[in-house]
Design a protein. Structure first.
Length: 315
């Protein structure tokens, strides 16, 4: 009997088939003989204690203009699937949180959900990183203007960013004697009504913000350094950065050793961490990317490795 993989994800039409990590996972599962079922957040529902979903069964085709074919549409309990991947990309809004509650209920009824829904909900990518202060740069989370200004006065060159941002959006650098400091703090905190993060600026950003992928707490031996565009301080590919794959160094591996056991404990099976220089800056647990870029550079099959790991959980 074929294994069945459900994937909670964005619309099929929005997928960039050349780069998308979720598509890489589905294609890897199909190569192993799995049946693939895609699920939209709107298709999740619960009744009489059973969480079900509207699902589209697809076949993935290696074709640049037509990469999938719809086979059928079904509605079944999530527990009928052998594994369900939560791969919906942010924004991490209330609908996202409601989805994690539904998936958590399905998990309690026996469905295998990866990553664990409660951990996705609890582990904000910026705040979760701070559970490992030995790995992080000097940092502060606050909405108090005086405290934030004091951090800038101490460290002089500081990155300010929202706790719920993605793709490099709304990230500000405040240099020594920066005349924009007040407006940066006012804007990000909404005049003291919203917590934000401040981090000491890491000059090694010019060499890249490296995405490192971990499967069950163990790192893939290569990462993708996202080099900022000229005049930028953000390495995010969505902000114009360029990706250069590289082997992990000793410091990268030490950071992974620090966080790996906690990832396993929390059921965070596929995670992407961001490292600048010697420092951990974020831990992405929702929908980590960069599989395709690292695969291409080093002839790897990261998605295949992940699907093989999932098969060990099933068997």
């Amino acid at each position: 009997m074929n294994l069945r993989l459900g994937v909670v994800m964005d619309s099929l039409e929005s997928i960039n088939h050349k780069k998308d990590s979720t598509l890489a996972m589905m294609a890897a599962a199909q190569r192993k003989g799995w049946e693939i079922y895609t699920i939209q957040q709107a298709g999740l529902f619960t009744t009489q204690g059973i969480v079900s979903a509207k699902q589209i069964k697809i076949a993935i085709i290696e074709n640049q203009t037509h990469w999938y074919e719809v086979i059928s549409e079904v509605t079944t309990p999530l527990s009928d699937l052998d594994a369900v991947l939560m791969r919906k990309e942010p924004p991490f809004n209330m609908e996202y949180i409601y989805s994690t509650y539904l998936l958590e209920q399905a998990e309690s009824a026996g469905a295998m959900i990866l990553n664990r829904p409660g951990s996705i909900r609890d582990c904000n990518e910026k705040l979760f990183a701070l559970e490992f202060p030995q790995c992080c740069p000097a940092h502060l989370v606050s909405r108090d203007t005086d405290i934030l200004r004091g951090f800038h006065e101490e460290h002089e060159d500081v990155i300010f960013k929202p706790l719920d941002g993605m793709g490099g959006a709304s990230i500000f650098r405040a240099r020594p004697n920066d005349s924009n400091l007040s407006v940066i703090i006012e804007t990000l905190t909404d005049h003291g009504n919203r917590q934000i993060m401040a981090q000491k600026f890491i000059p090694e950003i010019t060499q890249g913000d490296t995405r490192i992928l971990l499967i069950n707490g163990e790192p893939v031996p290569y990462g993708l350094s996202r080099i900022p565009a000229e005049g930028e301080t953000r390495g995010n590919l969505a902000a114009g950065g360029s990706g250069v794959a590289r082997p992990l160094n000793d410091r990268d591996r030490w950071i992974c050793d620090q966080i790996g056991p906690v990832l396993r404990e929390k059921g965070l099976y596929f995670v992407g961490i961001d490292v600048i220089g010697d420092y951990l800056t974020e831990i992405n647990v929702t929908c980590p990317t960069c599989i395709r870029e690292i695969d291409k550079a080093y002839d790897l099959d990261i998605a295949g490795e992940y699907i093989s790991f999932i098969e060990t959980l099933i068997h």
